[in-house]
Design a protein around this ligand. Structure first.
Ligand code: EAX
Length: 324
């Protein structure tokens, strides 16, 4: 018999084994950045842990560099069920789950430790439930990192230096509103298009965590980096809700634990990248402004913040800000 599947079925029949004992379920998970990155470590760990915890019955195939589409397209595919899983930044998430917008407010979190505590605590865990009515099972929060500005025109020391810069932003309404407040000319764009847009000068700059700037080789097309740390960028493991509901209770637990394990590895890599990023990007020719007076950038956003307080409720923003 040439067809190995037929040969296998014949063998199974001959031995009287139930076919289910050998059945393997294949699922897909995607990211928009390359494998050698904080997100790559995240999905590689996730795939390995799912396979281990289900004794190989469930295999998760990993796709990198937006090969299945950008983040918005991947979230759409997960919602429709044409793809089971994705790890994505929250960039395009508000277009699907508006409640999550609040997490994308600039200068909301003091630092990564504050953000991680909020996401792992009651506020973050309640937010994960918001995804269910939209067709998602949100398995866990992961991390994209603290975002900084890069551009090809000039060193950015103060918000005035941003005025008139044409910058690619994520397809995120909260970011777009805030960056307009800085005087930036905002150009929302899917991540897989960003390198070429920077290279061809369609935009002057972009903003991303050091992990992404390094993984995407933006040092090849951007001269200036400024450690503005203007916004924390969460990431999230999303799964198609029907695919999750179909799993046995034990397998559901395996997926949740695999996502937690993956988040640990992902955050550890973000910390490593943050520790070595400036030196590495300098060695690749970038000019880095390390000491940025963040209070000036915060002051520039006062009018935008008034708008956010109206939209999201000051009490809700304060609950996150004051979380210890
Ligand atoms: O998730 O679109 C972005 O700038 C994201 O930070 C990036 O794709 C990593």
């Amino acid at each position: 018999m040439k067809n190995p599947r037929l040969a296998l079925s014949a063998l199974v029949l001959a031995l009287g084994l139930p076919m289910a004992a050998l059945a393997q379920t294949n699922m897909k998970i995607s990211i928009s950045v390359g494998q050698n990155s904080h997100q790559g470590v995240g999905i590689d760990t996730f795939a390995r842990e799912v396979e281990r915890r289900t004794a190989g019955r469930i295999k998760v195939q990993t796709f990198y560099s937006g090969s299945l589409g950008g983040e918005r397209e991947s979230i759409e595919a997960v919602q429709l069920g044409t793809q089971e899983l994705t790890l994505t930044s929250t960039g395009p998430v508000p277009n699907f789950v508006p409640a999550a917008r609040i997490l994308d407010i600039p200068f909301l979190f003091r630092d990564k430790a504050h953000a991680r505590a909020v996401l792992d605590g009651p506020i973050g865990q309640e937010m994960l439930k918001e995804f269910e009515s939209k067709g998602f099972k949100a398995l866990a929060w992961a991390e994209n990192g603290v975002r900084h500005m890069t551009n090809s025109k000039r060193a950015v020391n103060a918000p005035d230096d941003l005025k008139g810069l044409k910058m690619r932003t994520m397809e995120n309404p909260v970011h777009v509103a805030a960056y307009k407040g800085f005087g930036i000319i905002t150009t929302p764009m899917a991540f897989p298009e960003v390198f070429t847009a920077l290279q061809q000068g369609t935009v002057d700059g972009q903003e991303n965590p050091l992990s992404v700037i390094m993984a995407a080789n933006f040092s090849q097309v951007q001269r200036h980096l400024s450690l503005t740390g203007h916004v924390y960028s969460p990431a999230i493991f999303l799964m198609n809700k029907a695919a999750f509901d179909k799993l046995s209770a034990a397998d559901q637990q395996a997926f949740l634990e695999a996502a937690k394990e993956a988040t640990r590895a992902n955050r550890a890599r973000v910390d490593e990248d943050d520790a070595k990023g400036v030196a590495e990007l300098r060695s690749k020719g970038m000019q880095v402004v390390e000491n940025v007076d963040k209070s000036k950038f915060q002051a520039a956003l006062v009018p935008v913040y008034a708008e956010f307080e109206k939209q999201f409720g000051k009490a809700n923003i304060d609950r996150i800000r004051n979380f210890k």
